[in-house]
Design a protein around this ligand. Structure first.
Ligand SMILES: [Fe+2]
Length: 276
């Protein structure tokens, strides 16, 4: 008779090289044999549990993922200079106090310097970019959405320019309210130069320190469109490392039937752009 006896389940475990004869029998076996038990990938939970003390402690994390499209070959000639010109000349300074329902700073008392070009200005000064947002970029975003995707009807927050100049600025910790966010990077920020998008792999957490604890970092490349759903991943934009550095990105909102434009928090426009 094989060492696992006549029990069918024991026979299966025996053929997998797993001793299922119970603690007393295992103790006897340990005293009489030098054969080492090897955990099998097919081992049942009760056997795997024997090895849990040897395994890394499971942690709860939801690694962030995103999609990226290289649009450098199809953007119109002079696209970068045109956007930078609007960013340099039309950006409005704001001091963000992180009290919005989407804010995730560790304190609501801090103030964060920001520069933005609102959607109305983008649509009037860069009509080709607004057209791309409504058509080609929306089509690309549609490829990652199982639901029909819509551009925003309200031009104020359809597509904006977020601008950072020098080391004093960063973009606040927050979660998105829209289901698909698009970012067309206008400037390059390779690793080590700052300006990266930092996204928590732990989900909806509060504060830069908590995001940094386990984060995905996306380093902007001019001409790349990045698309993602960050409604449940706190994120911020790191400051650039040089006082003469300029970071510009075109940020765009898309919506779906299950998360429509009408669900946008009512305080966001005033929070990000001020009244008017
Ligand atoms: Fe965001």
């Amino acid at each position: 008779m094989p060492p696992w006896g006549c029990c069918p389940a024991a026979a299966v475990l025996g053929r997998l090289g797993i001793d299922s004869t119970g603690p007393k029998s295992r103790d006897r076996a340990a005293r009489t044999s030098t054969t080492r038990r090897v955990p099998s990938p097919l081992a049942p939970a009760a056997v795997v549990a024997d090895f849990l003390p040897l395994m890394p402690t499971p942690i709860s994390r939801v690694p962030f993922h995103w999609h990226s499209f290289d649009l450098r070959a199809e953007l119109p000639a002079g696209w970068q200079i045109a956007i930078l010109d609007v960013a340099e000349n039309r950006a409005r300074a704001r001091t963000l106090v992180p009290t919005s329902v989407t804010s995730r700073e560790s304190s609501a008392d801090m103030e964060i310097a920001a520069l933005t070009v609102g959607g109305k200005t983008v649509a009037s000064e860069l009509p080709w970019l607004y057209g791309l947002y409504c058509n080609r970029l929306r089509e690309l975003a549609q490829e990652i959405s199982p639901e029909p995707l819509s551009a925003a009807v309200d031009v104020r927050y359809a597509i904006n320019l977020n601008v950072q100049r020098g080391r004093a600025m960063r973009y606040e910790c927050h979660v998105d309210s829209n289901p698909i966010q698009g970012l067309l990077y206008v400037t390059d920020h390779p690793p080590g130069s700052g300006g990266e998008l930092v996204v928590s792999n732990l989900g909806d957490v509060a504060g830069v320190e908590e995001v940094d604890r386990d984060a995905t970092r996306i380093h902007p490349v001019a001409g790349y469109l990045v698309l993602f759903d960050a409604r449940h991943h706190t994120h911020y934009v790191a400051g650039v490392e040089r006082d003469d550095a300029l970071r510009v990105v075109a940020a765009m909102n898309f919506y779906t039937p299950s998360c429509p434009e009408s669900s946008r928090p009512t305080d966001l426009n005033d929070h990000l752009f001020g009244t008017g």
